[in-house]
Design a protein around this ligand. Structure first.
Ligand SMILES: [Zn+2]
Length: 505
């Protein structure tokens, strides 16, 4: 009863706020320019911790930090709280809108080329900002990524904040434990924030992880089908398992998947085809022991469901309507089936392959749900730039797939904010709408708890008064007090794509 009265009163209050006073003259003129003080008014807040939405609040951003969150609901107002904050350099009216922490992409690849053809990094960065991403963990970082990280921090480029994880197996590939330790020290000295690991034997992995722990470096492990599996991650202290291989592998009774005799791991059609048979071979009871082991050892799981989706429904992946305006022609070319491009393996893909993959997803999704129920940390990353996933759009698709797995949107937002911050060791400054945290915020035109699709730059359609109305999309992506006006950024991306297509020979 109390709740009902509250809801009614707050609805009345919202409708009384004079919109004209709060209206922006020209939001585009603020885009990308750091503001000393921003006030977001009348926001309904999803804070990222898993707590339910609440509001309205006025949020004050000062010098890049969340300075104040003022409740202006009727109960707070009656109690003498809720005094409206003084005007900001930028005023954002969030009436009827939701404010969330900026999304974090914990499996990102910053790309300025695809398949040897150059693609402006500006496209990649703006796609992320348009999809509400304020921080990325780049897990294939190079010296270029380190430079972008610095440029982003100085606001010299429009970009999310970057954490750069360097690749352990870059050439020369360490072949002894001593070389493994030296390589870790080299990555640390070069300024990388963490390490991306894949494709090594057990002794190398052990030495590498030991050295990384000594230097305080975190480890993202793309496990692959190797000598090692998730038990090694548990034993050696991997921070996060990327994708999923290695987890069902650790639960197969015979110790190895039952591959056909002619199977060749280096052939991507083989590799991805039989990956679709992997989850069914895991013994469920053993799998639960693996998951418990990961929970006890604090190994997080970043599943990247989105990046395998084409394997279960190729046509869906190839005909994404958002491609019409947002797919860069260089990326489009890279997506075409071609044995020379990683992930472009769809040659002779069959309905049988898709049926196996659909079953694969069903088991995988159940395992993910179980992992969280047992106390595990699940992250959100998109791995975009491969297999029909566009930067940022892939992250929102990942969130949709986590909903399909059975997670409720409040928890999915938590995965993409609080959990991702935790995976990077940034949980005390990133990933929450909370006073003292970095002002990474998104203002969403709609309720993502009802429909995650409102997050896409393409927006959604609704029927209002019998008419189809175009709505949704993120209005503002704010990174540490720098407001990016998403309709402006999205128009810039569409323009870039259009021009690139025209220039294409
Ligand atoms: Zn990746």
């Amino acid at each position: 009863m109390k709740i009902l009265r509250f809801a009614l009163a707050s609805a009345i209050l919202c409708s009384l706020v004079p919109l004209a006073v709060l209206a922006q003259v020209n939001p585009a003129s603020f885009s990308g320019k750091k503001q000393k003080r921003i006030v977001i008014r009348n926001a309904t807040v999803v804070d990222g911790s898993g707590k339910p939405a609440a509001g309205p609040y006025d949020i004050v951003v000062e010098s890049g930090l969340i300075a104040q969150i003022v409740p202006i609901d009727p109960v707070a107002s009656k109690a003498g709280e809720g005094r409206r904050p003084a005007q900001g350099d930028l005023e954002i009216d969030a009436s009827g809108k939701y404010v969330l922490p900026g999304l974090i992409n914990v499996h990102a690849h910053t790309q300025d080329e695809r398949g040897g053809n150059s693609q402006a990094v500006e496209y990649n960065m703006k796609m992320w900002l348009a999809c509400g991403i304020t921080t990325v963990r780049d897990v294939l970082s190079t010296k270029k990524t380190l430079a972008w990280r610095e440029q982003s921090a100085a606001n010299a480029i429009a970009s999310p904040r970057i954490f750069a994880y360097g690749v352990f197996t870059a050439s020369p590939n360490p072949t002894t434990p001593d070389e493994a330790r030296a390589r870790v020290r080299e990555l640390k000295a070069a300024g990388y924030d963490g390490i991306k690991l894949f494709g090594v034997d057990r002794d190398i992995m052990q030495a590498m992880e030991d050295e990384a722990h000594k230097l305080g470096m975190r480890i993202a492990h793309h496990v692959g089908v190797e000598e090692t599996n998730a038990w090694d991650d548990i034993k050696f202290g991997t921070t996060s398992i990327e994708h999923w291989y290695g987890i069902p592998d650790a639960a197969i009774e015979s110790g190895r998947q039952n591959f056909p005799a002619g199977y060749n791991y280096a052939n991507e059609v083989d590799r991805f085809r039989y990956a679709g048979h992997l989850w069914r071979e895991a013994n469920w009871d053993r799998l639960m022991k693996v998951l418990d082991g990961m929970v006890d050892a604090n190994v997080a799981w970043n599943p990247t469901l989105d990046i395998y989706e084409a394997s279960r429904d190729l046509q869906r992946a190839q005909t994404n309507p958002a491609f019409a305006d947002y797919l860069h022609p260089v990326l489009e070319e890279y997506f075409r089936p071609n044995p020379a491009n990683h992930g472009s393996y769809f040659i002779g893909w069959t309905s049988t392959d898709e049926a196996f993959w659909k079953e694969n997803y069903r088991i995988w999704m159940r395992a993910l749900l179980e992992f969280e129920r047992r106390g595990g940390t699940i992250g959100v990353g998109d791995d975009a730039g491969f297999i029909y996933q566009m930067y940022g759009f892939g992250l929102i698709r990942e969130m949709e797939l986590q909903q399909e797995a059975g997670f409720q949107p409040l928890m999915i937002v938590k995965h993409a904010t609080v959990n991702n911050a935790k995976i990077m060791g940034q949980e005390n400054s990133l990933g929450r709408v909370r006073v003292g945290y970095k002002a990474d915020l998104i203002v969403v035109n709609g309720n993502p708890l009802e429909n995650l699709k409102v997050l896409y730059p393409t927006g959604i359609e609704e029927i209002r008064d019998g008419k189809v109305v175009k709505t949704g999309g993120i209005e503002w992506t704010i990174k540490e007090g720098i407001p990016f006006h998403v309709p402006t950024i999205s128009a810039e991306i569409r323009d870039m794509v259009r021009k690139e297509r025209q220039a294409k020979p």
